[in-house]
Ligand binder design. Structure first.
Ligand code: GAR
Length: 198
Protein backbone atom coordinates (compact mmCIF):
# COMPACT_ATOMS: atom_id res chain seq x y z
CA UNK A 1 0.00 0.00 0.00
CA UNK A 2 1.43 3.45 -0.86
CA UNK A 3 2.55 5.51 2.09
CA UNK A 4 0.23 8.30 3.09
CA UNK A 5 1.34 11.82 2.29
CA UNK A 6 2.47 13.90 5.21
CA UNK A 7 -0.14 16.44 6.25
CA UNK A 8 1.56 19.82 5.90
CA UNK A 9 0.66 23.40 6.73
CA UNK A 10 2.45 26.49 5.43
CA UNK A 11 2.74 29.61 7.60
CA UNK A 12 3.06 32.90 5.75
CA UNK A 13 3.02 36.63 6.46
CA UNK A 14 3.27 38.17 3.00
CA UNK A 15 3.68 37.46 -0.70
CA UNK A 16 3.61 33.67 -0.39
CA UNK A 17 5.79 32.75 -3.36
CA UNK A 18 7.53 29.95 -1.45
CA UNK A 19 4.14 28.67 -0.32
CA UNK A 20 2.97 28.55 -3.95
CA UNK A 21 6.17 26.75 -4.96
CA UNK A 22 5.49 24.09 -2.30
CA UNK A 23 1.86 23.80 -3.36
CA UNK A 24 2.85 23.37 -7.02
CA UNK A 25 5.40 20.70 -6.15
CA UNK A 26 2.77 18.92 -4.05
CA UNK A 27 0.46 18.67 -7.06
CA UNK A 28 2.71 15.90 -8.36
CA UNK A 29 0.96 12.65 -7.40
CA UNK A 30 4.29 11.20 -6.25
CA UNK A 31 5.16 14.10 -3.96
CA UNK A 32 5.17 12.82 -0.37
CA UNK A 33 3.52 15.88 1.25
CA UNK A 34 0.05 17.40 0.92
CA UNK A 35 -0.37 21.12 1.56
CA UNK A 36 -3.62 21.08 3.49
CA UNK A 37 -3.66 24.49 5.12
CA UNK A 38 -2.10 27.92 4.66
CA UNK A 39 -2.13 30.17 7.72
CA UNK A 40 -1.27 33.85 7.74
CA UNK A 41 -0.76 36.03 10.79
CA UNK A 42 -1.50 39.07 8.60
CA UNK A 43 -5.06 39.44 7.27
CA UNK A 44 -3.87 41.39 4.20
CA UNK A 45 -1.11 39.02 3.16
CA UNK A 46 -1.21 38.70 -0.66
CA UNK A 47 -0.29 35.04 -0.27
CA UNK A 48 -3.72 34.32 1.22
CA UNK A 49 -5.50 35.17 -2.02
CA UNK A 50 -2.92 33.25 -4.04
CA UNK A 51 -3.52 30.23 -1.82
CA UNK A 52 -7.30 30.46 -2.21
CA UNK A 53 -6.93 30.87 -5.99
CA UNK A 54 -4.88 27.67 -5.97
CA UNK A 55 -7.67 25.84 -4.18
CA UNK A 56 -5.89 25.69 -0.83
CA UNK A 57 -7.64 26.01 2.52
CA UNK A 58 -6.60 29.14 4.38
CA UNK A 59 -6.88 30.59 7.85
CA UNK A 60 -5.95 33.97 9.24
CA UNK A 61 -4.76 34.25 12.82
CA UNK A 62 -4.08 37.92 13.29
CA UNK A 63 -1.44 38.20 16.01
CA UNK A 64 -2.51 41.78 16.78
CA UNK A 65 -5.85 40.44 18.04
CA UNK A 66 -4.17 38.55 20.88
CA UNK A 67 -2.91 40.10 24.11
CA UNK A 68 0.09 37.82 24.40
CA UNK A 69 2.38 35.79 22.13
CA UNK A 70 1.28 32.76 24.12
CA UNK A 71 -2.42 33.32 23.34
CA UNK A 72 -1.63 33.75 19.63
CA UNK A 73 0.45 30.57 19.59
CA UNK A 74 -2.19 28.58 21.47
CA UNK A 75 -4.68 29.47 18.73
CA UNK A 76 -2.12 28.59 16.06
CA UNK A 77 -1.38 25.26 17.73
CA UNK A 78 -5.07 24.37 18.08
CA UNK A 79 -5.77 25.32 14.47
CA UNK A 80 -2.93 23.12 13.24
CA UNK A 81 -3.98 20.24 15.48
CA UNK A 82 -7.59 20.62 14.39
CA UNK A 83 -6.55 20.17 10.77
CA UNK A 84 -4.52 17.07 11.64
CA UNK A 85 -1.30 18.73 10.57
CA UNK A 86 1.93 16.75 10.99
CA UNK A 87 4.54 19.12 9.56
CA UNK A 88 4.77 22.91 9.43
CA UNK A 89 6.65 24.90 6.79
CA UNK A 90 7.36 28.53 7.65
CA UNK A 91 7.60 30.43 4.36
CA UNK A 92 8.13 34.12 4.89
CA UNK A 93 6.43 33.82 8.28
CA UNK A 94 7.67 36.86 10.14
CA UNK A 95 6.88 35.85 13.72
CA UNK A 96 9.39 34.29 16.04
CA UNK A 97 7.97 31.09 17.50
CA UNK A 98 8.40 30.69 21.25
CA UNK A 99 10.12 27.75 22.97
CA UNK A 100 6.65 26.64 24.14
CA UNK A 101 5.37 26.33 20.57
CA UNK A 102 8.55 24.79 19.22
CA UNK A 103 8.48 22.10 21.92
CA UNK A 104 4.94 21.18 20.86
CA UNK A 105 6.27 20.47 17.34
CA UNK A 106 9.72 18.92 17.80
CA UNK A 107 11.47 18.33 14.45
CA UNK A 108 8.21 19.18 12.73
CA UNK A 109 8.81 22.81 11.80
CA UNK A 110 10.90 23.80 8.79
CA UNK A 111 11.88 27.31 7.77
CA UNK A 112 13.51 28.91 4.77
CA UNK A 113 15.88 31.77 5.48
CA UNK A 114 17.40 34.05 2.82
CA UNK A 115 21.04 33.72 3.84
CA UNK A 116 23.75 31.13 4.13
CA UNK A 117 23.18 30.40 7.80
CA UNK A 118 24.81 30.76 10.27
CA UNK A 119 25.39 34.12 8.56
CA UNK A 120 22.78 36.87 8.91
CA UNK A 121 20.25 35.39 11.29
CA UNK A 122 17.12 37.37 12.11
CA UNK A 123 14.19 38.89 10.35
CA UNK A 124 15.68 41.67 8.20
CA UNK A 125 18.06 42.77 5.48
CA UNK A 126 19.97 39.60 4.75
CA UNK A 127 20.72 40.66 1.15
CA UNK A 128 21.97 44.07 2.21
CA UNK A 129 24.10 42.54 4.92
CA UNK A 130 25.71 40.09 2.46
CA UNK A 131 26.49 42.98 0.08
CA UNK A 132 27.89 45.20 2.80
CA UNK A 133 30.09 42.38 4.04
CA UNK A 134 31.54 41.99 0.53
CA UNK A 135 30.57 38.33 0.43
CA UNK A 136 31.52 36.62 -2.86
CA UNK A 137 28.40 34.47 -2.61
CA UNK A 138 24.99 34.57 -1.02
CA UNK A 139 22.29 32.00 -0.60
CA UNK A 140 19.39 30.50 1.26
CA UNK A 141 18.98 27.82 3.90
CA UNK A 142 16.24 25.42 4.86
CA UNK A 143 16.54 24.41 8.50
CA UNK A 144 14.60 22.96 11.39
CA UNK A 145 13.04 25.55 13.68
CA UNK A 146 14.19 25.38 17.28
CA UNK A 147 13.99 27.88 20.11
CA UNK A 148 17.16 29.57 18.86
CA UNK A 149 16.16 31.99 16.07
CA UNK A 150 17.48 30.62 12.74
CA UNK A 151 19.68 28.29 14.76
CA UNK A 152 18.17 24.84 14.14
CA UNK A 153 19.90 22.07 12.20
CA UNK A 154 20.59 23.00 8.60
CA UNK A 155 18.93 20.69 6.10
CA UNK A 156 20.16 22.20 2.81
CA UNK A 157 21.51 25.38 1.22
CA UNK A 158 21.58 26.92 -2.27
CA UNK A 159 24.22 29.43 -3.33
CA UNK A 160 24.42 32.22 -5.87
CA UNK A 161 27.42 34.37 -6.77
CA UNK A 162 27.32 38.03 -5.78
CA UNK A 163 27.89 40.00 -9.01
CA UNK A 164 29.71 43.35 -9.14
CA UNK A 165 26.57 45.37 -9.93
CA UNK A 166 24.24 43.50 -7.57
CA UNK A 167 21.85 45.42 -5.34
CA UNK A 168 19.84 44.02 -2.44
CA UNK A 169 16.87 43.81 -4.84
CA UNK A 170 18.72 41.98 -7.62
CA UNK A 171 20.14 39.51 -5.12
CA UNK A 172 16.68 38.91 -3.67
CA UNK A 173 15.22 38.41 -7.17
CA UNK A 174 17.84 35.83 -8.15
CA UNK A 175 17.73 34.09 -4.79
CA UNK A 176 13.97 33.63 -4.61
CA UNK A 177 14.05 31.18 -7.54
CA UNK A 178 16.66 29.14 -5.70
CA UNK A 179 14.50 29.29 -2.57
CA UNK A 180 11.50 27.84 -4.38
CA UNK A 181 13.45 24.87 -5.78
CA UNK A 182 15.34 24.22 -2.54
CA UNK A 183 12.30 24.31 -0.27
CA UNK A 184 10.27 21.98 -2.49
CA UNK A 185 13.18 19.52 -2.64
CA UNK A 186 13.80 19.58 1.12
CA UNK A 187 10.13 19.17 1.99
CA UNK A 188 10.03 16.18 -0.34
CA UNK A 189 13.06 14.60 1.34
CA UNK A 190 11.82 15.21 4.87
CA UNK A 191 8.30 14.00 4.11
CA UNK A 192 9.64 10.89 2.38
CA UNK A 193 11.98 10.09 5.27
CA UNK A 194 9.44 10.75 7.98
CA UNK A 195 6.25 9.43 6.46
CA UNK A 196 2.78 10.15 7.72
CA UNK A 197 1.76 9.28 11.26
CA UNK A 198 4.86 10.71 12.98
C1 GAR B 1 11.65 34.76 1.40
O1 GAR B 1 12.79 35.32 0.82
C2 GAR B 1 12.02 34.00 2.66
O2 GAR B 1 13.26 33.36 2.59
C3 GAR B 1 12.08 35.13 3.65
O3 GAR B 1 11.00 35.96 3.33
C4 GAR B 1 10.73 35.85 1.93
C5 GAR B 1 9.28 35.48 1.78
O4 GAR B 1 8.91 35.48 0.44
N1 GAR B 1 12.00 34.65 4.99
C6 GAR B 1 12.57 35.25 6.02
O5 GAR B 1 13.20 36.29 5.92
C7 GAR B 1 12.39 34.56 7.35
N2 GAR B 1 13.26 35.13 8.31
P1 GAR B 1 7.58 34.73 -0.02
O6 GAR B 1 6.49 35.23 0.91
O7 GAR B 1 7.37 35.18 -1.42
O8 GAR B 1 7.82 33.25 0.13
Amino acid sequence: MPRQKIRTAVLISGRGSNMIALAKAAQNPDYPADILLVISNRPGAPGLEKARNSGLATATIDHTMFNTRCAFEEKLHLTLQGAGIELICCAGFMRILSPWFVRKWPDRILNIHPSLLPKYKGLVDTHKRALEAGDPEHGCTVHYVTDEVDGGAILAQSRIPVLPDDTAESLADRLIEKEHALYAAVLSDIAAQTGSGI
